[in-house]
Design a protein. Structure first.
Length: 117
């Protein structure tokens, strides 16, 4: 019984840590976009957006694993399992949207870089 409580606490702690805010935009994006003039500038922006998309995709995979845990072992989380599952599903959807948006921005900056050459 103590092992189940420990495991449940560990999983909950891991899920809380995974929800910690990352800084997906370490560069100051407004000035970076405004000052982008060359092909190299736009390729750097595209890479930034691709890197952000990759980070968000890692979060998608992480929360899919957590969701699978909650679905496969609901008895470890008897009172909150539905809340935990809904939370994971919501985060998965949000992160998937962020992946799409970042990849769209990367594509636009690749196109601009090709036009500026």
């Amino acid at each position: 019984m103590k092992a189940h409580i420990f495991f449940a606490a560990l999983v909950i702690l891991a899920s809380l840590i995974s929800c910690a805010q990352m800084n997906p935009h370490p560069m100051e994006m407004t000035s970076a976009v405004r000052n982008a003039k060359t092909s190299v500038d736009h390729e750097a922006l595209a890479k930034h957006y691709e890197d952000a998309a990759h980070e968000m995709q890692l979060k998608v995979e992480e929360h899919k694993k957590l969701l699978e845990e909650y679905e496969n072992h609901p008895y470890y989380y008897p009172k909150r399992v539905q809340d935990l599952q809904a939370h994971c599903r919501s985060l998965i959807k949000s992160y998937e949207e962020a992946v799409e948006i970042n990849m769209s921005m990367a594509k636009i900056h690749h196109q601009i870089a090709d036009e500026v050459k």
